[in-house]
Design a protein around this ligand. Structure first.
Ligand code: 5AD
Ligand code: SF4
Length: 436
């Protein structure tokens, strides 16, 4: 039996797909990247914004073509959209299996039962499941950088966000299994791990908090780089910042979603910090690590956001000078606190105008940030050949910036030193420094 899986959404979903491949491999399923060969076609889905879901509905239609063409082909929907829409997916008559994020251990049984002609659904959320004992089958191509989930779910209930409903309550994975997985990654040639969680700063297993976990993973090998995502501004602690500053192989990069620069909107989003608090955290990070890359997420056009309040997001972006950012129009998600309590009253065109203004500002800030690096030297982990041109390699510096340089002597997994000679808003163009 061959399985084909498309993955949408966040890095956590990429890692979940790896867990699913591992669970199915134990039952004899083989992975295929060719949908036409597959006996089981699945999508691991995202519900974060309406357009993410619309895209997946299109895939359901596309998959059903293969299901009609060849008898016995099963279609499965996994992940957040499975959890949110449940029966609605089965009701289309185009889907055989619906499995939520905590149901993957049951997939082999669900597929077997579906093969008998009975559509199957398991969307039960768990308070314990962390898939801690499962070694993911790595699907990334470079063999250098791996994702490790350290926790699942989320307890924050930001008013706009569907994640607590689709991924359930927060639970942390046994730190021993995390350290073991990092060791396994290193032994099989990986040189970078990214620890994943919706809110890594609230990691706690027995007496090991996130700072302690970071230290344990960094101690696996000085040649193993450690990154993590996502931090919550209300929870990122001085202890985590000190641990990052103190261990040379913990990369100086923090993804710190701000969402808005206005206190009334932050309150309405239930973020539980203020603009001043956020700016203080950024100052603290920069004091400890002046070279730290800081990126963010922001939502424009949240319920009742005025032009003036949106301007506070622009001014916060300028004040911080983010290295990069992901920016979104607010998308109302059914069932969330915001959907239940506040009208989605900023017109679509107005959201898009604000979004474009913010994106334009950030493009300029990204370029400024890269210009500040001109002439600097960085240690870079080689990820592989650059997409840009022949004879060029690419890899990231500690701050997470993509570097590209001409090189015929190194390969993926090597550490090299480069000097920045030019840049765009997205990339640092570099030259290799010999003998360092
Ligand atoms: N609408 C728009 N963007 C959202 N995000 C989360 N929920 C929504 C929503 N309902 C954004 C946030 C979050 C990122 C992963 O997605 O900025 O940090
Ligand atoms: Fe999408 Fe959020 Fe689910 Fe990740 S956790 S797949 S971003 S809805």
């Amino acid at each position: 039996m061959k399985v084909y899986i498309e993955t949408y959404g966040c890095q956590m979903n990429v890692n979940d797909t790896e867990v699913v491949f591992s669970i199915l491999a134990r039952k004899g399923y083989e992975r295929t990247e060719d949908i036409a060969q597959a006996d089981v076609i699945m999508a691991n889905t995202c519900s974060i914004r309406d357009n993410a879901e619309q895209r997946i509905w299109g895939r359901v239609d596309y998959f059903s073509g293969f299901r009609k063409a060849r008898k016995g082909v099963l279609v499965g929907i996994l992940g957040c959209m499975a959890e949110r829409l449940k029966d609605a997916l089965l009701d289309t008559g185009k889907v055989d299996v619906v499995a939520g994020p905590d149901a993957y251990r049951n997939l082999p049984e669900l597929l077997t039962a579906a093969r008998e002609g009975h559509p199957q659904m398991d969307v039960i959320l768990s308070r314990e499941e962390t898939y801690g004992d499962i070694s993911p089958v790595r699907i990334d191509k470079n063999g250098v950088s791996a994702f490790i989930s350290i926790m699942r779910g989320c307890n924050n209930v930001c008013s706009y966000c569907v994640v607590p409903y689709t991924r359930g309550a927060e639970r942390s994975r046994d730190w021993r299994t995390i350290v073991r997985e990092a060791c396994d990654c290193f032994a099989s040639g990986y040189r970078e791990v990214t620890l994943l969680g919706q809110n890594v700063d609230s990691y706690l297993y027995e007496d090991v908090n996130f700072a302690a976990l970071l230290g344990k993973v960094a101690d696996v090998s000085p040649l193993l780089r450690v990154r993590f995502s996502t931090s919550h501004p209300k929870d990122i602690s001085d202890e985590v910042i000190a641990m990052m500053a103190g261990k040379p192989n913990i990369c100086h990069q923090i993804h710190l979603p701000v969402q808005s620069g206005n206190d009334r909107i932050l309150e309405k989003m239930r973020r539980r910090y203020t603009r001043a608090w956020y700016l203080e955290r950024v100052a603290k990070i920069r004091e400890a690590m002046p070279d730290c890359g800081i990126s963010t997420d922001a939502i424009v056009g949240f319920c009742s956001e005025t032009e003036e309040e949106f301007r506070d997001t622009l001014s916060l972006f300028r004040e911080v000078g983010f290295d990069s950012a992901f920016m979104f129009n607010y998308s109302e998600r059914p069932g969330t606190l915001a959907a239940r309590n506040y009208p989605d009253d900023v017109p679509a065109e107005e959201k898009t105008r604000r979004l474009n203004e913010l994106i334009e500002l950030q493009n300029g800030l990204s370029l400024e940030s890269n210009r500040r690096d001109l002439g600097k030297n960085f240690e870079v982990l080689v990820e592989g050949p650059s997409k840009k041109g022949s004879g060029q390699l690419c890899g990231r510096n500690g701050a997470g910036k993509m570097c590209v340089w001409t090189d015929s002597t190194h390969k993926a997994g090597d550490y090299v030193y480069v000097k920045v000679t030019d840049c765009s808003s997205a990339t640092l163009l570099c030259e290799l420094i010999e003998n360092q």
